[in-house]
Design a protein around this ligand. Structure first.
Ligand code: GSH
Length: 205
């Protein structure tokens, strides 16, 4: 059975949403954040101490976007586009943009705003950086309900996680009308509600 190591509302939420959406059987290993403090033995599974860690038989994945691609390719082709589809490049782009371009600046804001070492200049810089990156999502959603292929895919799961985190950080005011409507629409999905229930802790964590 697939095992997911997860902390409430951490990046592993992406994997949990895919598992719930696909109604796959899985075992949730729910840990308090940060796992390196709450469950030091987790370092034997992922030496970085970060979540997610997704285990499926002999496969272990510790990058959330990679885990999404893995789950879609192996168990849920409906959540992915194929190379033959015109939006395939956009699909890959948004799947990774959600983490590397959108979530990374937000994670730095979390660190320097909420962590023990306060760095207001870094918070200002990465807030601006996030706004510039979010602007591309606003444009991409012009006249579209989803980011790629006119259907819900892991690209949406990946980007939507960053939008949730931005709202948690009080950056919802940066959302343009397309992003605001998209964020709200995806939050209405039954599988999103099921994911919140599965992690037992609603956002904010
Ligand atoms: N690029 C990785 C980042 C994983 C990551 O940094 N996760 C955070 C939670 S959102 C974490 O586990 N932090 C705990 C720590 O740094 O000790 C991914 O997308 O999975």
């Amino acid at each position: 059975m697939i095992e997911l190591y997860h902390c409430p509302s951490a990046r592993s939420f992406r994997c949990l949403w895919a598992l719930e959406h696909l109604r796959l059987p899985y075992e949730l290993k729910l840990m308090a954040f940060p796992p390196r403090a709450s469950m030091p033995e987790y370092l034997r599974i992922n030496p970085l101490g970060t979540v997610p860690a997704l285990r499926d038989g002999g496969t272990l994945i510790i990058e959330s976007a990679a885990a999404l691609q893995y789950l879609a390719a192996k168990y849920g082709p409906a959540l992915a586009l194929t190379p033959e589809e015109p939006d395939y490049g956009a699909f890959l782009n948004w799947t990774h943009y959600g983490e590397t371009s959108l979530t990374v600046p937000l994670a730095l804001i979390v660190r320097y705003k909420l962590g023990p070492e306060k760095l207001p200049q870094a918070v200002t810089d990465y807030t601006e950086n996030f706004a510039a990156r979010l602007a591309l999502v606003e444009t991409a959603l012009d006249g579209r309900e989803y980011l790629a292929g006119e259907r819900f895919t892991i690209a949406d799961i990946s980007v939507h996680y960053a939008l949730d985190l931005a709202e948690f950080l009080g950056l919802g005011g940066q959302f343009g009308p397309n992003v605001a409507a998209y964020a709200a629409r995806l939050r209405e999905m039954e599988s999103y509600a099921a994911t919140r229930r599965a992690q037992k802790v609603p956002r904010p964590a």
